[in-house]
Ligand binder design. Structure first.
Ligand SMILES: *Cc1c(COP(=O)(O)O)cnc(C)c1O
Length: 420
């Protein structure tokens, strides 16, 4: 595989940007490939290589790259300008659609990233309850702001810095942690801290420490414990929203949160974040309430039209059903050829290849063989398959993936596992 131009570009990039990248997980060793273009299920690098993409920008691209319907909607919007700084009708249309799909969301605010959504939702939970502490799950990832960079997953774990420097102890002492899938730990920490605990924030399915599914009944227990102790429950559905179901993990598992954060798919490939929940809580947000939150680019027309068109398209074309079926075929094929010490698991259109046992929490995930995963990653790339460049990320299947892609991937998988 020729990667000369990418290597050249990387040499320039590392002089200009820390690690040569704009987000840590992209800093693949020895260097990442540089993308020239992408369409459908394929991504093309600057050296002319073509890959079947299962990284898919880490989650937003459920329709694949450059979906023509979304592209047209964006073109139409471009003709009318792309930033106004004033309200637009589409905000109302999109908010109506989301409140219809998410029973727990009566009101919402559009922001620009998932990080901003979780940061704002946590501030809101504190403002609404008048309490200080938050409880997160070890190895969960909620973006890159102070309160949640404690045992954080995704790039923070990949690069060995789950507890970021630069975050004052005074901040993180308010962030409590428990392992995923452990009802006892959660209930004891919640009960002990209930008087000063504002919220529990969690990814209902962990997608940033490999892929970790909730055990039967776990989320229902979490809901029950938080309710009984007057602690708000925030589901961070930045990955699971519009993916497990149109109504996210809440629809999939039949468990409602008090506050929900959305992002990724919700922006159809453009930057977005959304947080929402019950009216009485959301009305604490400025200007109707005293919890401040604002943004120059919030609710911008391009992100809204891309997200709205994506969700509408998904509804009209049974996208989730079709993508899930393709993912099922792929995962079945991978399971058929896998070796004993490698595992494959999936939920809806999220899947993961584990070098070790399928984890049920963060400390299990840390036992996975991440070096071996990276050797596997490069071999797959050489065979034209782009998986996420870390054992701690989730792979995705899109609406653009074809049966031929799936067959080619299974074939590559079988060849790459030999001699690893
Ligand atoms: C990606 C992600 C975020 C952060 O979203 P950004 O748009 O990258 O800021 C937050 N929570 C979860 C669960 C995520 O996967």
């Amino acid at each position: 595989m020729k990667l000369e131009r990418s290597e050249e570009l990387y040499r320039e990039a590392i002089k200009l940007m820390p690690g040569g990248v704009s987000s840590p997980v992209r800093a693949i060793k020895p260097f990442p490939f540089y993308t020239a273009k992408a369409e459908g299920s394929k991504i093309y690098d600057v050296d002319g290589n073509r890959y079947i993409d299962y990284c898919l920008a880490y989650g937003p691209l459920i329709l694949g790259h450059a979906n023509p319907v979304v592209k047209n909607a964006l073109k139409e919007q471009l003709e009318k300008g792309w930033l106004y700084g004033t309200p637009i009708e589409l905000e109302i249309e999109y908010a109506k659609l989301i409140t219809k799909l998410y029973k727990s969301i009566e009101m919402l605010r559009f922001v620009n990233t998932g990080s901003e959504a979780t940061m704002s939702a946590i501030r809101l939970a504190r403002g609404f309850t008048g309490k200080n502490k938050i409880l997160k799950i070890e190895g969960s990832f909620h973006g890159s702001h102070d309160a949640v960079l404690v045992k954080a997953g995704s790039g923070a774990t990949t690069h060995g810095i789950p507890n970021s420097a630069g975050v004052p102890q005074d901040f993180v002492k308010h962030t409590l942690q428990v392992p995923f899938n452990d009802v006892e730990s959660l209930s004891s920490v919640v009960e002990k801290n209930r008087d000063d605990l504002a919220c529990v924030i969690m990814e209902p399915v962990m997608g940033n420490s490999s892929l970790i599914k909730p055990e039967e009944g776990y989320l229902k227990e979490v809901r029950k414990i938080t309710k009984e102790n007057d602690v708000l429950l925030i589901f961070d559905e930045v990955i699971t929203g519009f993916r497990l179901a149109l109504g996210g993990a809440q629809e999939y598992y039949g468990v409602q949160a008090d506050l929900t954060t959305l992002g990724k798919i919700a922006g159809g490939g453009l930057p977005i974040g959304i947080f929402g929940g019950r009216r009485e809580i959301m009305e604490y947000i400025a200007p109707s309430g005293n919890v401040y939150q604002a943004g120059t680019f919030s609710g911008n027309p391009l992100s809204l039209i891309a997200g709205y068109t994506t969700v509408k398209f998904m509804m009209e074309n049974k996208v989730i059903e079709k993508v899930n079926r393709m993912a099922e075929e792929l995962v079945k094929g991978l399971k058929d050829v896998k070796t004993d010490d490698v595992n494959v698991d999936c939920i809806a259109s999220m899947f993961c290849v584990y070098f070790g046992d399928v984890p049920k929490n963060y400390s299990d995930a840390l036992k996975l063989d991440k070096e071996r995963y990276m050797r596997f990653f490069w071999k797959m790339l050489e065979r034209g398959v782009f998986l996420p460049p870390s054992q701690f990320e989730t792979s995705f299947v899109s609406y653009a993936h074809t049966r031929e892609d799936v067959e080619k991937t299974i074939e590559a998988f079988e060849l790459c596992l030999r001699g690893l």
